[in-house]
Design a protein around this ligand. Sequence first.
Ligand code: ADP
Ligand code: MG
Length: 690
Amino acid sequence: DAAAAPPALSAAKAAVRAELEAEHLSAHEKLLAVRRRLPVYPYREEFLAAVKEHNVLVVVGETGSGKTTQLPQYLHEVGYTKLGMVGCTQPRRVAAMSVAARVSQEMGVKLGQEVGYSIRFEDCTSESTVIKYMTDGMLLRELLTEPDLKSYSCMMIDEAHERTLHTDVLFGLVKDISRFRDDFKLVISSATLDAEKFSRFFDDAQIFIFPGRMYPVDILYTKAPEADYLDAAVVTVLQIHVTQKVPGDILVFLTGQEEIETCAEILAQRTRGLGSRIRELLICPIYASLPSEQQAKIFEPTPPGARKVVLGTNIAETSLTIDGICYVVDTGFCKQKSYNPRSGMESLIVTPISKAASRQRSGRAGRTQPGKCFRLFTAWSFAHELEDNTVPEIQRTNMGNVVLMLKSLGIHDLLHFDFMDPPPPEALIRALEQLYALGALNDRGELTKQGRRMAEFPLDPMMSKAVIAAEKYGCVAEVVTICAMLSCGNAVFYRPKDKAVHADNAKQNFARGGGGDHAALLRVYDDWADANYSTQWCYENYVQVRSLNRARDIREQLEGLCERVEIEMTSNPGDIDAIAKAITSGYFYHTAKLSRSGDYRTVKHQHTVYIHPSSVLAKTAAEDPPRWLSYFELAFTTKEYMRMVIPIKGEWLAEIAPHYYSTKEVEDARTKKMPKVVGAASTAQRPAAS
Ligand code: ADP
Ligand code: MG
């Protein structure tokens, strides 16, 4: 049986366990013993010598070898933090938080003191912080106030292989800093072997490889393509749990929160159905907006006799390492941003992963013992259908935000900015056009006063423009609330299957009075505030309390930023038109018009789009569809859906964005009768509620 652990390994494990359980060891000493067993530990001195010698170092090592948690500590231990902080960037907030928590534990300090983290809308650091984990987006923001990063002695750009938009932009900026700051140590860290490319970009930087330990992983494919990968994942997990003799936990790769929750629900139901005939199966979801107590749960050791199944997104690919995984279920999909620079349409799409990502995923099964990876696609599909590598985000995203930041940093010649892989020129041009239309740039491409104010907000330029425009319409307080609700990253409404009717009624209550989803979110927040931010109120109204708490937090920060750029907190809650106009001032790109055939088309490019089934307008729009809508974002599942919509008027577009819309485009054919079939047609078009 290939699955049995080799005797040497079992002995080593027993020794570790004995040491860990030794009563004379304090918790701290036990952690120290664990740290010393990580694959990077034997290379500590060599690594430190390399950092001393080279200002830029590219490090490569298997996921889980200890790069993220150990290297910043090593730098701290030999005194670099006496000269400035040691920073470490992460592409994902969950990773930044979780790793900081782990390192504070290892150092025996309180999180937020010597070891802290900083993510958008949440700064968990203090005066005494010396090791700081942060998202790559936050470091980019910090550069706005400290362009030379002088409060840092070392910066580790971690997970470089992920090639997120922010990391890619950081590459160019920190490269420049390391050229003129002799006292600055830069570590670029990656989990894959594309180190040469990083090295070349950083003026042929030294490469440091941590040899990894990896056990063999058996790869199993499905014989035929799966029609429903979610269902296939559930079945595979149960099969592993029942038939695989080797104890060991399961890691399932799914595409997002909703899918993870559905999968968790089905698994719980089916295991309940099997009752005591099977061993206990602990179901642990992990995704960005999960509260940190629950995130910590995935790291807890599985009790003897039970098995843990972790349901995660590609966050578990390389950013987080969960010990004890020996089975991986790979659906072969992830959610990815896609952007069409010609139409300016950006959408989240469930996309097949690359071969490289699939290899990373299967690698998670072989970290501590031989494992198995169940790929829910065929071997043929792997060989012929998957791309070799994921396209860097910079080549498939809207650059608006980043261009605004670079302009604020005084970087004007974007076409010649030092990108490792440049974005498509059309995407840059589109971003410049968009920022011009939003009033952030003048016709020479220079930052305007308004652009400077917009850049203060850690929001998409469209959203920061809406906040600034609200000043003119006297409804800043309302628009700030709406933006906070849209930014809280979670579903606001709660819809348990057994109480779906009640939940839908409660939600529809907030929609009364018009203003679509935006106004509904505003009413939810205001009513909750009136109820003294009560948790009970949330339960009664089928609203997720943690989403609201987060929105409250974000709202406070946005209010502070408004004060900083001298925007007065005007308020006019009853004036839905004023609110809708402010929103439109930012989101005039995101507009759709009811077509003659009864579906919606984007105003500028005539793409067919649909109201998302979760919208408060999804039902009413069938009978009485608003002629013009502004939407928050597009999400593609079975169709191109508009998420979060607010009814607007066509003539506002000519008034608000005359440089973008011609009068003809926004003409409302009010005098021409709409064809009679509209109602029926749009009923037929209405997306099935999922
Ligand atoms: P790398 O960055 O090389 O992928 P890490 O430094 O993230 O590796 O992880 C090293 C080890 O630290 C992991 O194998 C895991 O056992 C442990 N670890 C990391 N984060 C946590 C956490 N939040 N809780 C418990 N253990 C953790
Ligand atoms: Mg790491």
